[in-house]
Every structure is written in C-alpha cells, then in structure tokens.
Design a protein around this ligand. Structure first.
Ligand SMILES: [Fe+2]
Length: 200
C-alpha cells in the first residue's frame, strides 16, 4: 500500500491494531488458563472482554471511513505472543509463573498504548472527533489494565517469586510447594530483608 497522506498512515496503523487485537483475543484465554492466581486469571478474563470491545470500536471506525475491517499482520504482536508461548514452554516454577505472565502481558499493553496513542492523535489532527473519542476510550482501558497488572505484581506475585526462590536456594532438598504465602509471612520476610540490608 502506498502511503501518501496522514489518512493513509492512520488507516495502516488502525489495521495493525485490528490485527493485534484479534491475535490477543486468541492468546488471552490461554494466558488466563496458565495463570495460577485467581486475581490474575480474572484480570486476563476481564481484559478479554475489553478486547472484544476494542475490536468492535475499530470496526465502527473502519465503517465510518468507508473501509472494510481488515487487519494487516502485526508482527510485533506476533513476536510478543510468541515470547509468551516460549516462556510457558520453559520449565517454569509455579512461584514465578504469574510474574512472567504479567511481564509478557505488560509488554503487550505497552505496545497497544503506543499504537492507540498515535492513532488517537492522528484522528484529532484529521478532524475525526468521534474516532478520537473511541480511540481514547480504548487507550484509557489499556492504561488501566497496565496499572492493574502492576498492582497485582507489586502486591503479591513478585514478592512470592522472590521468597520462593530464596527458600529453594536455602534448602535444595526442600520440595517446592508453590503455595501462596500469606500476607503476614510476606511482610515478615520484607522486614527481615530490610534488617539484613541495614546490617550490611
Ligand atoms: Fe486492546
């Protein structure tokens, strides 16, 4: 396709996002299935519903532009999803599984945030106000999802991953249970680490 105007570029980028979202529709159920914590499973399932709406909004925009809703293979999303698959195919301990899934999902979110930020701005510059509003809604939801994933990681998962791997290092013979640490246990561990740091 020859790109000679901002509108051409706008359409090209919308097609990239349309394909990216459709790839995600297939990947998210697998990510939800793989996640170990209920909170993360729920977050992926919620985002799956949002993604369906993102696809729907893009279709509304294509219709307004008089274009067929058609994607252009998004190689970036393909690569990000592929990396996620590779991660799951590795011998991943349950304690770091969710942390790794969050990392993969946040890379996806950041790609989408960049993409939607650009097309939203193009829509504004082209005077497509309704498009800009729809794209802004999706952009906000992608940002919210990214923040929610950060919260899940910060609140429990990364601490658990760290704690589990340390426990394993301390005792090689201990069998890994992969159980969730209680908040109290986590806090005690954090305090212990802080004390150790102060002593060092
Ligand atoms: Fe999306």
């Amino acid at each position: 396709m020859k790109l000679t105007s901002l509108q051409d570029l706008y359409l090209e980028e919308l097609r990239d996002l349309y394909d990216a979202e459709n790839q995600l529709l297939k990947a998210l159920p697998k990510m939800a299935k793989a996640a170990s914590s209920t909170e993360l499973k729920d977050a992926f399932e919620d985002h799956l519903q949002m993604t369906e709406e993102h696809v729907d909004r893009l279709e509304q925009i294509f219709e307004r532009l008089g274009e067929k809703p058609k994607g252009k293979r998004c190689k970036a999303m393909e690569g990000l999803i592929e990396e996620g698959k590779e991660f799951l195919a590795e011998n991943v301990h349950e304690s770091v599984l969710d942390a790794g899934l969050i990392s993969a999902a946040q890379k996806v979110e950041h790609y989408e945030i960049a993409g939607y930020g650009c097309v939203r701005t193009y829509a504004e510059q082209l005077g497509f106000e309704e498009d800009a509003e729809l794209l802004q809604e999706t952009l906000d939801e992608e940002k919210d999802t990214d923040e929610q994933l950060t919260d899940i990681a910060v609140e429990c998962i990364n601490v658990e991953a760290e704690e589990e791997s340390e426990t394993e290092e301390e005792s090689e013979t201990a069998s890994a249970s992969g159980k969730k640490a209680t908040a109290g246990k986590q806090n005690a561990k954090v305090e212990e680490e802080e004390e150790e740091e102060e002593e060092a």
